[in-house]
Design a binder for this molecule. Structure first.
Ligand code: THU
Length: 144
């Protein structure tokens, strides 16, 4: 398997792919639209959006939607994820941060010191953190 490089071009690609699917976000209740694009070590990129349910607890976040799709396709090692989102889809208001549950699910499929979480307002305006920075002292698969 070829080594995947997460350079500026790849980060831009991930952000662009997330922005591309943002209109598919289904968030009639919160009106907070989120989209994600997740890069796996196969080189495959999976997108996801938040999908809300009338039974609010059944809602799934964009990040987990992307990761679970990857797992269904046979990918297991998450290298990076780009996240965009905001009220009424206004992504330039905020660097959308993954919720705690999504951070935990990332932990299940990533190297916490290597994996990058990219929160973007646009392809030119983003911040990035390792998963370890976003979820310190975490509980992971190696504990079980
Ligand atoms: N949401 C995500 O999709 N990802 C996050 O990490 C933050 C929250 C969604 C869930 C819900 O549909 C809406 O944003 C408001 O919480």
């Amino acid at each position: 398997m070829s080594k995947i490089v997460i350079d500026e071009k790849m980060k831009r690609t991930l952000i662009e792919k997330a922005i591309e699917v943002l209109p598919n976000s289904f968030a009639p209740y919160s009106k907070y639209n989120v989209a994600a694009a997740a890069l796996f070590d196969s080189g495959n990129i999976y997108t996801g959006v938040n999908v809300e349910s009338a039974s609010l607890g059944a809602t799934i976040c964009a990040e987990r939607n992307a990761i679970f799709h990857a797992v269904a396709e046979g990918d297991r090692k998450l290298l990076a994820i780009a996240v965009v989102g905001g009220r009424d889809g206004d992504i330039d208001d905020v660097y959308c941060a993954p919720c705690g549950i999504c951070r935990q699910v990332m932990r299940d499929f990533a190297d916490k010191d290597e994996m990058l979480v990219i929160s973007a307002k646009s392809p030119d305006d983003y911040i990035e953190h390792t998963l370890e920075e976003m979820l310190p002292m975490s509980f992971g698969p190696e504990a079980l």
